[in-house]
Ligand binder design. Structure first.
Ligand SMILES: [Mn+2]
Length: 316
């Protein structure tokens, strides 16, 4: 029997590193008696360029990709940074889930009681850092650096509406352990790695960081690209992105697809709208007027807190 710790589909830095950090904590401390099963951090799919950059920077190996077919029926699975079925490893038997550590809206219907740790903080790594402190565990320098990076990435350098004092408190602790003093400079370094879309096709961008939601029976994909080159992307890549959106919408049988291009330095998001129906939902959700299939939604940067909820309300 083994215990696997795993983040969501289309893994981001928070999901990958929270799994690594929690597995490290559970290998080292008894906590909930997983230590005998050698907890291992795994991932659902290939990592994004930002996570690849950070793992290389800190000299840490990428966790392996696992499929549900590789799990034996006795294996236990701990979910981090997600809970909804649509965001889980596909084919995962939910009876194997023994614990969830997350900071997203809860959408669960499980048969058995399990360990649940949900906090309304800006990053799953803030929760894992908090758990480490409670268990008198100190992560080594490279892991502390990765956890700090994940907090800065998820909270957009503390600028996101999801950021809380606890995120800053845990980031300060991790920064000291990682010996990283200039958090603003480190945030910019992470934004640049995130913004490096040179290796991505238009379809890769549309599928770069997306989540699929069930809003009032409608299948809605919301993709977000956090970048320092918003204007350039919306000028040079718009036509290609719209074509890719149409393809992905058909392929995944979506009712709606939204691609949010967020400028992390200017603190502004513009949403690409594929068709009239999407424009109607978006303007109902956020107000304003769409111009040339683009809606400026202002300072909103958090998909979880500021982008997905208004779309859900508009559709319900
Ligand atoms: Mn997260």
């Amino acid at each position: 029997m083994k215990t696997y710790v795993i983040g969501h589909l289309k893994p981001d830095t928070d999901a990958v590193v929270a799994a690594m950090a929690l597995a490290e904590l559970y290998r080292s401390k008894e906590c909930y008696a997983y230590a005998d099963s050698n907890p291992e951090a795994v991932i659902t799919e290939a990592i994004n360029p930002e996570t690849a950059y950070l793992l290389e920077k800190f000299g840490v190996a990428t966790p392996r990709i696992i499929t549900a077919a590789e799990l034996s029926t006795e294996d236990r699975v701990i979910l981090v940074d997600h809970n909804e079925v649509d965001q889980r490893l596909s084919g995962l038997n939910q009876d194997q889930i023994v614990e969830i550590v997350d900071h997203h809206k809860v959408n669960l219907n499980l048969k058995n009681p399990i360990f649940l740790t949900f906090k309304t903080w800006g990053s799953s790594n803030t929760i894992v850092a908090f758990m480490m402190q409670k268990n008198n565990f100190t992560p080594k320098r490279s892991l502390a650096g990765l956890m700090l990076a994940a907090i800065l990435s998820d909270t957009v350098g503390f600028k996101s509406a999801t950021c809380t004092p606890k995120d800053k408190e845990m980031a300060a602790w991790l920064a000291e352990l990682a010996e990283i003093r200039d958090l603003e400079a480190f945030s910019l370094e992470i934004f640049k790695a995130k913004s490096d879309i040179s290796s991505l096709s238009d379809e890769d961008i549309v599928k770069n960081d997306y989540k699929i939601f069930d809003f009032a029976g409608k299948k809605v994909l919301i993709d977000q690209l956090e970048t320092v080159e918003q204007a350039e992307i919306l000028t040079n890549k718009k036509a290609g992105l719209l074509t890719a959106m149409a393809k992905v919408k058909a392929e995944l049988q979506l009712d709606y697809i939204f691609v949010a291009i967020t400028d992390v330095l200017q603190v502004n998001t513009k949403v690409l709208l594929l068709d009239e129906a999407a424009a109607a939902v978006a303007t109902k959700a956020f107000g304003g007027v769409a111009v040339d299939q683009i809606l400026d939604i202002g300072e909103r940067m958090s998909r979880k807190k500021e982008i997905a909820p208004p779309i859900e309300t508009a559709l319900s």
